[in-house]
Design a protein around this ligand. Sequence first.
Ligand SMILES: Cc1cc2nc3c(=O)[nH]c(=O)nc-3n(C[C@H](O)[C@H](O)[C@H](O)COP(=O)(O)O)c2cc1C
Ligand code: SF4
Length: 531
Amino acid sequence: MNPVDVQTLALFLLLLVVLAMFSGPPVVLAYLYWRDRSQSQHAVLRNFPILGRLRYLFEHIGPELRQYLFESDRAGAPYSRDEYQQMVFAAKYLKTLISFGSKRDFQQPGWYLRNELLPTLMEDMEVVREPTLETRRYVIDDEGLFRRREHVEEQAVLPWTLPDEHAVQVGADLPQPWTLRGLVGMSAMSYGALGSHAVRALSEGLSLATGSWLNTGEGGLSPHHLVGGADVVFQIGPGLFGVRTENGRFCWDAFRSRAETPEVRGFELKLHQGAKIRGGHVEGIKVTPEIAQIRGVPVGKPIDSPNRFPELDSVDAVFDHVARMREAGGKPVGLKVVVGGPGWADPLAEAMARRGDGPDWLTVDGGEGGSGATFQEMADSMGLPVQAAIVEIDDALRRVGVRKRVKIFASGKLSAADRVALALCLGADAVNVARGLMIAVGCIQAQKCHTNQCPVGVATTDPDLMKALVVDEKKHRVCNYVIALRAGLTSLAAAAGLKSPTQFARRHAIYRDAFGRSRSAEALFPYPEAS
Ligand SMILES: Cc1cc2nc3c(=O)[nH]c(=O)nc-3n(C[C@H](O)[C@H](O)[C@H](O)COP(=O)(O)O)c2cc1C
Ligand code: SF4
């Protein structure tokens, strides 16, 4: 080809590119306009072709825009930016310090903790200080508009656990009781709802922290729950995952073998969950061979579990089952419940007194609790929030004189030390945390847990997405978060003039109403006679 032909060809090609650049967008827009106008599914697009698409874009990125740009530090749900950052800072930097002052709106009614004229000296607090625990934390070296330089350092921390005289005994009359050395553990979350990296980081981190526990959730016991060696509560829901026969009945052989696992300290029958009191559904695609084996169900088939244990149709039937589990396993058994309202817990408590048996603990989940997947109407309106629920349960047990034997675990956004302290004041013996620990392992509140598309590898079983979560790094954050909660709880107890957080009582919780009057929880909800 001679140089003139080459030049002509190049010019021709250039012309084509320029033409495509100018005519392409109008052609694409004309096509989209025609498509939007002629489709019958979306009314907005029929009237406002192309422009209407912006609505979908803003709907999609709205939560992120609000979270990062428009919401105030104390707004946003389920956790405000402040609450979220407090958890991240505790986990990552082992810090709960703030400067200048609280951003709480002190004009609003709410709960406060009663301080004592002369607080207990920190050195007089009856907590375990030795041996110290080895963890890692981040330290910020330098921070600018677009960068943050930080390094990791080894850190020795106090365990802040409970000495013998304050340890909480669960199922003291059983051959293998469970002794709590800390007051905060992991609330039920299944392997399947969380990915294996998250479960391993939790198991290892809670083990590093000592004195804590993890609850398997209703998806059965996986090897990931056992890697760290922390105490485990094996939860059993109506799907009976991990303890079911082929035809879906309770399998006592499987139960006995789980009870022989040394890390399993107790079993929890899940009657309800704050965010949903209905059966669960797992898509077939999520039922991998590993999950199928752990749960005792067929591979690749969808799983639907009933909204109640079909055979447990009365309080006596539940208690008979609990009694058989205690007998067969030799370990404590608890019930997880949501309290419906005043008097709701009386039949449970009366059966305990009448029969002289029943569960070793009740886990009270507040209506504000979370879930991997639920329905708005259930999450918003069914069941009492945790603070009211604790008082109902505590009172019901006290009225019939069984309170000392039956322990109360509480859950429902109890993810900061002051909220834990308040739950203890109102009547809880210990607290379970779910979403706080998800945040410790990296959850950014993207709220896509039900899609298996969690961008940070927490609530997903997708191996590619799970790579984001490095177990060896996140386990330290889990440990730090729990230690920070315990340290905070100890200093609140000291300010209240107590020797141990186990001594919080109703008189330490003060409610300030809209007219500025303040009354203690003890005055608002006097302890019943029998106690
Ligand atoms: C991802 C996820 C999975 C959960 N899975 C279970 C479960 O299997 N069984 C159960 O009883 N509760 C389950 N829950 C509820 C929690 O255990 C807990 O009761 C509730 O979230 C309140 O605690 P929080 O406010 O600290 O999150 C789950 C919660 C989340 C966020
Ligand atoms: S980041 Fe989002 S999807 Fe992942 S666990 Fe948190 S809320 Fe769920």
